[in-house]
Design a protein around this ligand. Structure first.
Ligand SMILES: *[C@@H]1O[C@H](CO)[C@@H](O)[C@H](O)[C@H]1NC(C)=O
Length: 327
């Protein structure tokens, strides 16, 4: 009798182990924080244009800020190579738009990178290939993955497959290899993200995707993400959502959750001269031009700074965890 109970319990434990592990499929990377208990990184998006459209100027300023902050890594919010991603693993655009542009010593750190919609118009799998890592070891590009940086957990999410409109886009073809059947892909991704967020014990949770959830730029809010991603972020105490897609720099706050929406899509071509009416209470900052952001974060404080193409500070915002819990 006792033996049977033990066997039944063992079976249940095994079954639950198998069930949880079948959801927890996002690949994880570990990134140590600095000895002083802080972490610094830059955020840039929508950049790969062989240096044109001020990409090189932004890169130079990124190098200076990265040196000053002694950054730990760079986050790229996607649309890595224009116009149509890479043609293959040996496409010279990889070196012409990345390796030969971000040359500062301070930028020779890991680049944690998501894919954008333009990347999906080329050989999307080439950007995920270990061959690129052999050419430039900074390059860490996966569809969706997690970076555990001690007191901060980063969740990188492949947002392009969420956008319904791309399925019927008459002007462009997208490479959906590895994504179809799409509903499976999205359902698994939502499950994996939810589980990863729920299990996270980090002080800060940061989610990175290419498409904006909230944006006052050309594309505006991405309704597919508002419907399918935002509820997961809200339910799991996410602090920051960072994206590109709109070629601007913006900070929108939430009126119904602690989430801050940060668009860093000014890595090259900008000046779209488009700005939508947006809730004045939520809109903290909008700049219709090129630049990038920096984040300095400790277990209790986070500070975000936005820079233009000359390295001038355009906007600063900081928050404190202790402050939040005291309210
Ligand atoms: C480069 O940046 C300057 C300063 O913001 C801007 O005036 C100029 O139009 C930009 N050039 C391009 C091609 O975007």
């Amino acid at each position: 009798m006792i033996n049977r109970i033990i066997m039944a319990l063992a079976f249940l434990a095994l079954a639950s182990l198998i069930m949880t592990s079948s959801f927890a499929e996002l690949q994880r990377f570990q990134h140590p924080a600095k000895g002083d208990g802080s972490l610094s990184f830059l955020v840039v998006g929508d950049w790969g244009r062989r240096g044109f459209y001020n990409q090189s100027q932004v890169a130079v300023q990124m190098g200076k800020v990265a040196e000053k902050l002694d950054i730990d890594f760079v986050v790229s919010t996607g649309d890595n190579f224009y116009d149509d991603g890479l043609e293959g693993e040996t496409d010279p655009a990889f070196e012409e738009s990345f390796t030969k542009i971000y040359t500062a010593k301070s930028l020779q750190k890991k680049w944690y990178t998501v894919l954008g919609n333009h990347d999906y118009r080329g050989d999307v799998e080439a950007q995920l290939s270990p061959v690129l890592r052999k050419i430039d070891s900074r390059w860490i590009c996966l569809r969706s993955f997690i970076v555990n940086a001690e007191f901060v957990d980063f969740f990188f999410v492949d947002t392009t497959p969420f956008v319904d409109a791309y399925l019927t886009d008459p002007d462009h073809t997208y490479n959906w290899r590895g994504v179809i059947p799409r509903e499976n892909y999205l359902a698994n991704l939502q499950k994996d993200l939810e589980l990863g967020l729920r299990e996270s014990r980090a002080k800060w949770k940061i989610v990175v995707g290419h498409h904006g959830i909230r944006s006052a730029g050309h594309h505006g809010d991405t309704q597919d993400l508002v419907d399918r991603l935002l509820p997961i972020l809200k339910a799991n105490d996410v602090d920051l959502y960072m994206n590109g897609h709109d070629h601007c720099l913006e900070h929108i706050t939430s009126l119904d959750s602690p989430i801050q929406y940060l668009t860093s899509g000014g890595g090259s071509k900008a000046w779209g001269h488009e700005f939508r009416d947006y809730d004045k209470d939520a809109m903290k900052f909008f700049y219709d031009g090129q630049g990038f952001m920096s984040v300095y974060i400790t277990p209790t404080d986070a500070k975000i700074v936005v820079y233009d193409v000359f390295g001038q500070v355009l906007h600063k915002w900081s928050t404190s965890k202790e402050l939040h819990s005291a309210i």
